[in-house]
Design a protein around this ligand. Structure first.
Ligand code: GTP
Length: 199
């Protein structure tokens, strides 16, 4: 008997520019040492696939990395539709990025499907001396929105695995995934029909 196709789950990273979305994704999906990175903004959109095992089932997490720069905003939010989970990221050394989280939450509620799971990350927690957002503020904001919260460091690989594992678990426990078919990109990376929201 042929093995069952792996389950596919679509996740999206969102948040302001330079908060570390790409770095968080790399730390999770491509762990291992890498040279100190100079900032290269995401242009448009990118994704990586990470395979995990959940209750003896193989699950492929397709994780979309959106561009935080304002000029890509419309494009980035196009990818919200069809996602089962969101990783919302701010930078603990940048208060604007924290203030914007409520705006991103509203965007998700407006443009994503109804039943989505969201987690909040306060990234760059290795930069303690430059911190402007106390951990309690992040916890309070997450509590107000009823979502889990982690302070993370993509640089030092702190809490990254735990954050994604929790998000995947919350989604898979709900069993709201019915995604053996992806309508955007198949797992070999070849493009299939691409859908986008109306602007
Ligand atoms: N110290 C420290 N620096 C980080 C961390 N995460 C990211 N950075 C740095 O912050 C800068 C921006 O990181 P990116 O991952 O490109 O940020 P982004 O949110 O994807 O940015 P956009 O593509 O513009 O949306 C880079 O110089 C990273 O090396 C972290 O946890 N700690």
């Amino acid at each position: 008997m042929a093995a069952a196709a792996p389950l596919l789950v679509k996740l999206v990273l969102a948040g302001e520019s330079c908060v570390g979305k790409t770095s968080v994704l790399r730390a999770y999906a491509e762990p291992g040492p890498r040279p100190a990175a100079s900032y290269l903004p995401t242009v448009g959109i990118d994704f990586k696939v990470k395979t995990i095992t959940f209750n003896d089932t193989t699950v492929k997490l397709q994780i979309w990395d959106t561009a935080g720069q304002e000029r890509f905003h419309t494009l980035s939010t196009c990818y919200f539709r069809g996602a089962q989970g969101f990783v919302l990221v701010y930078d603990i050394t940048n208060s604007d990025s924290f203030q914007s989280i409520t705006k991103w939450m509203n965007e998700i509620h407006e443009k994503a499907d109804e039943e989505v799971e969201i987690i909040l990350l306060g990234n760059k927690c290795d930069k303690e001396t430059e911190r402007v957002i106390p951990k309690q503020k992040g916890e309070k904001l997450a509590w107000e929105h009823g979502i889990p919260f982690f302070e993370t460091s993509a640089k030092d690989n702190i809490n990254i695995e735990d954050a994604f594992s929790l998000l995947a678990e919350e989604i898979l426990n709900k069993k709201t995934y019915i995604l053996h078919d992806l309508d955007v990109v198949d797992l070999n990376g070849s493009k299939k029909k691409r859908t986008c929201c109306k602007q």
